[in-house]
Write a protein that binds this ligand. Structure first.
Ligand SMILES: Nc1ncnc2c1ncn2[C@@H]1O[C@H](COP(=O)(O)OP(=O)(O)OP(=O)(O)O)[C@@H](O)[C@H]1O
Ligand SMILES: [Mg+2]
Length: 263
């Protein structure tokens, strides 16, 4: 039975889509059956990040409104044994779609995939309700800025109120030198502000942006610190709830110092 993981943020532009693409690719490289579902209705991006934009015919809205079957909207990424994308529509038309529709879709996908990764839109409105409707776990992607952390906290509480007990967060676009100089909130401060567990950090790196622009998940390139980062985070993203494996520990700080000295 597959697991549904919603990736959300509250604030826009924190890196949800890039994160979804790379964790999905990482899990597919490990041999899991994975489907990525873009729920950013009207602002779809995941197809571009995965380089699959020319393959989109049907989208998630077509499935949910009965225009097509699930399998017709599944776009296979041929670079992997089992990685699929369900795109979101180019125009926002979620009027007829309810959280119940989403739950039904998630149940269908659970039968066919090990992991269903849902890329949520920013904000905390109807789009988020749909993206979170079938979730077993939520990963909140934030960045080291007070505005984003506050939004992440609001989202965290909201997801808890929606009944998603299993939540974790990732701090993306980290610039270690700003943190150590006290010019950006540090990890301890962020963890004091958020109630869920830290699943990991991802440094700000132009290569992540360049890879996304080229439709290539950066985790394709092994033996890099970015690959190692995503690998560790993927372990936590798929860890069993309550096992204690879902929380980053001091090793992340050590990794930070290594990165600083590398620069
Ligand atoms: N760690 C990183 N280092 C450098 N650039 C990054 C990193 N993570 C994401 N980006 C870049 O930041 C931008 C926003 O990323 P992305 O589209 O994934 O965010 P998002 O949270 O999905 O945005 P939206 O709220 O609009 O859906 C993109 O240009 C992406 O390439
Ligand atoms: Mg996005």
């Amino acid at each position: 039975m597959g697991k549904v993981i919603t990736i959300a943020s509250g604030k826009g532009g924190t890196g949800k889509t890039v994160f979804t693409a790379n964790i999905g690719a990482m899990l597919a490289l490990r041999g899991y059956k994975v489907v990525l579902v873009d729920m950013d209705m009207g602002l779809r991006n995941l197809d571009l990040c995965m380089g699959l934009e020319n393959k989109v015919i049907y989208d998630v809205s077509d499935i949910l409104t009965g225009m097509c079957r699930v399998r017709q909207a599944l776009i296979r990424d041929k670079r992997f044994d089992c990685l699929y994308l369900i795109s979101s529509p180019q125009h926002r038309d979620d009027g007829e779609i309810t959280p119940l529709h989403m739950k039904v879709l998630c149940d269908i996908l659970r039968d066919r995939f090990d992991y269903i990764l849902i890329d949520a839109p920013s904000g905390v409105d109807n789009g988020l309700m749909l993206a979170a409707a079938g979730a077993d776990r939520a990963v909140i992607v934030t960045v080291p800025e007070y505005t984003a952390i506050r939004d992440a906290d609001v989202l965290d509480k909201l997801l808890g109120d929606l009944g998603i007990e299993d939540r974790m967060y990732v701090v993306n676009k980290v610039k270690a030198e700003l943190m150590t100089a006290g010019l950006a909130p540090g990890l301890h401060e962020i963890s004091d502000m958020l109630r869920s567990n830290l699943a990991g950090i991802i440094q700000y790196d132009d290569n992540i942006l360049i890879a996304a622009n080229n439709g290539v998940p950066i985790v394709f390139k092994k033996d890099t610190y970015i690959y190692e980062n995503f690998s560790r985070i993927a372990d936590r993203v798929i860890s069993e709830p309550g096992s204690g494996d879902g929380e980053a520990e001091g090793e992340e700080d050590e990794q930070f110092s290594t990165k600083i000295s590398e620069r």
